[in-house]
Design a protein around this ligand. Sequence first.
Ligand SMILES: Cc1cc2nc3c(=O)[nH]c(=O)nc-3n(C[C@H](O)[C@H](O)[C@H](O)COP(=O)(O)OP(=O)(O)OC[C@H]3O[C@@H](n4cnc5c(N)ncnc54)[C@H](O)[C@@H]3O)c2cc1C
Length: 470
Amino acid sequence: MISDLEGADEGSVIESDVCIVGAGAAGISIALKLAALGKTVTLCEAGGFEYSEISQEVYQGEVRGDPYFDLEIARLRYLGGTTNHWAGDCRTFDSIDFDRSFISEELKWPISKTDLDPFLDEACGILDIDPVFYDSDYVAGIKSVNYKVSPPTRFGEKYRAALQASDTIGLMLNANIVDVVVNDRNISAAIFKSYNGKELTVRADKFVLATGGIENSRILLWLHQNQGDALYDGALPVGNYWMEHLEYILGEALVDSDIVERNAFVLADETQREEKILNCVLRTIGVPKSTTKQLVTDLLCVAPSIGEKMAGLVGKNLACGAIFEVSCEQLPVRSNRITLSRTEKDKFGKPRPVLYWKKSPLEKRTVAAAARAFNKWLIDQDHGRLRLDGWVLDDRPFPEPEDLGEYHHMGGTRMGESTETSVVDLNCRVHDTDNLYIAGSSVFATGGYSNPTLPIVQLSLRLANHIAQS
Ligand SMILES: Cc1cc2nc3c(=O)[nH]c(=O)nc-3n(C[C@H](O)[C@H](O)[C@H](O)COP(=O)(O)OP(=O)(O)OC[C@H]3O[C@@H](n4cnc5c(N)ncnc54)[C@H](O)[C@@H]3O)c2cc1C
């Protein structure tokens, strides 16, 4: 059933097994799964069915450090959340993404890929993609990896009818969380407000915050300002270890058509371990024939024999030019973080978020090592060669980017065992609390190179299973 808090009775009270805050990819996936497992759910969404200025404005915030997108446009605040404008690229995590202790002990998840694998097929069904990822075998330390492209699934549109028809899910629109009732780390109720001042109390056994990769931290920090350590230990690193994916064009490639077709390549785990680098994906994106011809002419000048060979292959449509780019994970560092503004508040009196983030030298070293290894591989395997931009291999930092990131908001409430470096445990429960869970990419302990939404949905299904069984 779907209701709107703006039209509800003043001071309404609802009781259910679980209260979920936020109806985006994570919140809707959990609600539907919990309902299928026999639980009653109240799903509270800050926006309505459509975009509205009054809701979106609450997403304004400040950015410090490296340039980043305006926080108000980097996410959407209505039913379906940011999936209302996501692009749909999907990939699940690699095994190595769960354990980078070869760089630092902090870079280890308390779970592994095998904990998420059982939820892959169902998550792919939710996102309307084929669950079989056709990766190649490694050849001399490099393999191509397969991405899937969701239509892209708009969660608000696709699942609205199911939410409306459900007897066990009550979706409340225009319901903004403003506080909780808590006693000794146990939440008994959450309080919501609409834009026209109506108040709703939701009593539940368990509460899930699923408000996105910036807002989860912001809301937790703010609730702690209101409730103090009765809610959670204020020493937890809430908001810290925030991450994005770094996307850069590294140069151009002149390669076999097959390399352009396979498109996305990664380095073997052993290479990452030996070089002590992060994970990244290297892409070869085909360019028009005219650009390819220019690349051949340039190559003929610097390496005539290879140039002649490539010219012959291009003539037979067996080789082509490509833009060569990378998408790299970020090192989760404590100083990259979401904090609360001391001066700016939204219409509910909640401090606006301040995002501080900077790229680190390890990311630059990762990109350089990966580009170098891929170039060597192309030459050794006789697949072609790269022309890298000058900054890639020298000591210069990343250039001013044309792309500021990939709109992938990760970390802030990361998963782990230590309360010094993580906020939630392996079941996404905030450390030392009874019944407060976090869903979404804010729990990622490391970011990998995969786009976040498929792992978000896998983690959400796993969380729903855990809640239903506990
Ligand atoms: C332009 C763009 C392109 C993208 N492309 C891709 C891609 O190709 N592949 C990919 O994997 N990912 C992509 N993403 C990221 C993807 O959209 C997110 O990973 C995904 O939407 C996150 O899901 P979520 O449920 O955690 O958060 P969201 O989808 O943001 O949902 C959060 C929900 O919480 C609600 N909410 C917020 N605050 C409150 C509150 N106080 N009270 C109640 N409710 C609240 C919001 O209204 C929203 O509905 C893209 C993002 C953008 C912006």
